[in-house]
Design a protein around this ligand. Structure first.
Ligand SMILES: [Zn+2]
Length: 236
């Protein structure tokens, strides 16, 4: 490379620094002939890459909640927030998903999903459960749908799940089933994912960065429970 080109390239790359430092840029004594344009000195066109839109948090209406809410639920719709946020898909592309959580957790849940995106933890889909007939959790789980609020009880128990308060998130639930000592598997179709030693994208293990995104913030992980071992479940 001719010396003037190298000098020009360095001066261009470090131009702002040189000016700030008060250094005198090296003069180019011999301007290049017109037949040999100093292509290295041309500025790269401004990038046209657009960033995905930032997360949004907004109130939800009874109509939006559909079958996931009913009047005897332990939270009112006014206490819930819909979060629209970007996530990293199994196709390595960025997608937009939605979860509904308690208003007290909204900002933290935004931070959680933004951190999962930075980690490139893949999520298959993120739709609110009213998109499934009767807001049926089994259908959402079999669909490997990541979700949060759902006004439902704990299977086999007579009390509300933390999901009914908008205080729990199920992450890739088909890959990360709930395994009960009774033999009950949630979802029923998750048998291929009973081997928890497998290292496959999205499958959660103790100490995984994606698990720590939650537990470092004080969330409980169901993967550390005894019965069920609920690998998909995080609550706070
Ligand atoms: Zn759960």
């Amino acid at each position: 490379m001719p010396r003037w080109i190298a000098t020009l390239a360095i001066a261009t790359a470090a131009g702002a620094v040189l000016v700030q430092c008060g250094s005198t840029p090296t003069r180019v004594e011999s301007p290049p002939p017109a037949t040999s344009p100093p292509f290295v000195a041309r500025a790269t066109p401004p990038t046209t890459r657009t960033s995905p839109p930032p997360a949004t948090v907004r109130p939800v209406s009874v109509a939006e909640l559909g079958p996931s809410w009913r009047p005897d639920c332990p939270v009112a719709p006014e206490q819930l927030r819909r979060i629209d946020v970007n996530y990293f898909g199994f196709d390595a592309k960025i997608h937009r998903g939605s979860v509904i959580v308690h208003e007290e957790l909204a900002a933290e849940v935004v931070a959680i999903f933004e951190q999962l995106l930075r980690l490139r933890y893949p999520i298959e889909k993120m739709r609110t459960v009213d998109n499934y007939p009767g807001a049926e959790d089994e259908l959402s789980m079999q669909d490997n749908n990541t979700s949060a609020f759902n006004c439902r009880g704990i299977p086999g128990a007579s009390r509300w799940s933390e999901h009914a308060f908008g205080r729990a998130i199920d992450l890739n639930p088909l890959l990360n089933p709930a395994i009960h000592q009774s033999g009950l598997l949630e979802p029923k179709t998750a048998a291929p994912y009973l081997d928890r030693s497998r290292i496959v994208p999205g499958l959660l293990h103790a100490g995984d960065p994606a698990v720590r995104v939650f537990t470092d913030r004080g969330w409980q992980w169901g993967g550390e429970w005894q019965d069920p071992v609920d690998y998909q479940h995080f609550e706070r």
